[in-house]
Design a protein around this ligand. Structure first.
Ligand code: ARG
Length: 514
């Protein structure tokens, strides 16, 4: 079997191919043994393929040449095809195989990345089109720090998928707006009985609460023209204009009634008593129903194969429940790892120094706009302190303050494990010596100035083909860069516990409004 040793691709997959050849030679009577390669503790990678064949072979001691699992490990190493990629293998403990990659091969890989472009290292995923539902603040409320992680992590997932040649539909879900807008519209009808003739730009929002709000929600959702006009004004006014350079496409979850018919007929097939299971849920659309509508649209109209919802862990139950309803309706397959697939990617909370949810100075959850403004103001102050006012134009100072400030917030979030909570701290994230975006940006600027001062032409240097990774840190960085494809591997990003399956019957579900 030809082993793929090209300087691109997924390293784990390449090692799996190599070990597969060896396993077939070493334990030919155990065809069910697949290579198990993981990132190693003692080497760069580790192969854990000795225990399973040993447990099968040890009973048959008359037919096997091996006396223990360690001997199997040694035989796997002996039978491994020679490869430019692997420097050495050692077998430890009961038979763990530690694999050390060739530094020369890593250097060649980095060189090929430099010359042929980073895109040549993109992983290949089996899906063609995905929806990433992220950020998604409740548009009747302020976007607060709680939405920060969804925005940053969601944008990152969308970028990773796009880089892996998946067509990504970026969606800012606006499904949970009903009650609040019902209230506002009711107030406006009272205040401006002739609102139909008021120009759009003159419609101002005030808060008001009346008994008729639910009726108005129903009317907006069933697309009554008069209500829809007001609703469209509010939506445009309130939607967060993203500062991270985010892109969102037009929300697709329109036409809820169409979904209802599709849902009713799907359910009829699946559930014995659809009217009983769902009868209370048609009169007004809740967070669950708008999510069902959006899912229906995303699967059937937008033809997305994978729908990824990025929310805090507190919404896990909502998603588990609504995915289960979609499975019952036959919209999603029973197996939640097959496509079309819906995944809820959750994250931990952002805490303040006091260990409680981050609230800023006041008691209110800090608004994201204020938070980003403060990051920018602080980074501008630091730049002024470094004397940049004299060197730069006010425009350059402003742009740099923004890049550093927003970058610091983003980096401080992404460097944390997705599922753990972290403490928000401006001083730490803007520290120019810590593990921060500020430090990285300074390092980058320094590298650029070294290159500039050297007077060398980088394109010429690339062609010479003498890239070496002499220092241990250089090797580690090189290896890190070429491990991207294996990291994007679905299991790595979306691994972790699956949302718990709904155990309650559908009829006992309570609507949730976030
Ligand atoms: N608006 C919700 C919130 O502010 C998040 C919406 C997530 N997306 C969804 N399709 N339910 O927490």
């Amino acid at each position: 079997m030809a082993v793929n040793e090209e300087f691109t691709g997924n390293l784990i997959q390449k090692l799996e191919e190599l070990f597969d050849v060896s396993l077939k030679l070493t334990v030919p009577d155990e065809p069910s043994v697949d290579p198990m390669i993981t990132v190693g503790k003692f080497g760069d990678y580790q192969c854990d393929n000795t225990m399973k064949p040993w447990s099968k072979l040890k009973g048959k001691s008359t037919t096997t040449q091996f006396t223990n699992s360690l001997a199997i490990g040694q035989a796997i190493v002996t039978n491994l095809p020679t490869s430019e990629m692997v420097e050495s293998c050692s077998v430890t403990g009961p038979g763990y195989i530690n694999v050390v990659l060739s530094t020369k091969w890593i250097a060649k890989s980095i060189e090929s990345m430099l010359i042929n472009g980073i895109h040549t290292w993109a992983p290949t995923l089996s899906v063609k089109r995905a929806v990433v539902d992220f950020s998604s603040p409740n548009i009747a409320k302020k976007m607060h720090v709680g939405h920060l992680r969804s925005t940053i992590i969601g944008d990152t997932i969308a970028r990773m998928l796009e880089y892996s040649k998946v067509e990504v539909l970026r969606r800012n879900h606006v499904g949970d707006w009903g009650t609040q807008f019902g209230m506002i519209i009711e107030y406006l009808f009272e205040e401006f009985p002739d609102s139909d003739s008021v120009p759009r730009h003159q419609l101002k929002i005030f808060s008001c609460f009346t008994d008729n709000q639910m009726q108005n929600v129903k009317r907006i959702q069933t697309l009554r023209k008069r209500h829809k006009r007001l609703w469209s004004v509010f939506r445009v006014e309130i939607l967060f204009t993203a500062r991270f350079g985010l892109r969102f496409e037009k929300p697709a979850e329109k036409n809820v009634p169409r979904f209802i018919n599709a849902f009713k007929s799907s359910l009829k097939k699946r559930l014995q008593d659809p009217s009983d299971a769902c009868k209370d849920r048609w009169w007004c659309f809740t967070y669950d129903t708008t999510d069902m509508a959006a899912l229906w649209y995303r699967l059937n109209e937008e033809k997305a194969e994978w729908i990824i919802y990025v929310t805090d862990a507190g919404q896990q139950e909502h998603f588990a429940r609504f995915f289960k309803v979609a499975r019952n309706a036959g919209w999603l397959p029973e197996n939640d790892k097959t496509y079309p697939r819906a995944s809820n990617v959750t994250f931990g909370v952002v805490n303040g120094e006091d260990g409680k949810r981050f609230r800023g100075r006041g008691k209110e959850a800090v608004s994201l706009t204020d938070l980003l403004d403060e990051a920018k103001t602080r980074s501008k102050a630091a730049l002024i302190e470094r004397g940049k006012v004299k060197e730069w134009t006010p425009k350059k100072l402003d742009q740099t303050a923004e890049a550093v400030g927003y970058g610091a917030v983003k980096y401080a979030d992404l460097k944390n494990n997705r599922s753990t909570s972290y403490v928000f701290n401006f001083d730490k994230m803007l520290d120019d010596k810590g593990d921060t975006a500020v430090y990285l940006l300074y390092a980058y600027a320094r590298i650029c100035s070294v290159i500039e001062k050297s007077g060398k032409d980088m394109d010429e240097l690339k062609k010479i083909g003498k890239l070496a990774l002499d220092h241990a840190e250089e090797r580690a960085l090189g290896l890190h860069l070429i491990r991207f494809a294996e990291t994007v591997n679905v299991g790595h990003i979306f691994g972790g516990p699956n949302p718990p399956l709904m155990t309650r019957p559908i009829r006992s579900l309570k609507p949730n409004i976030y």
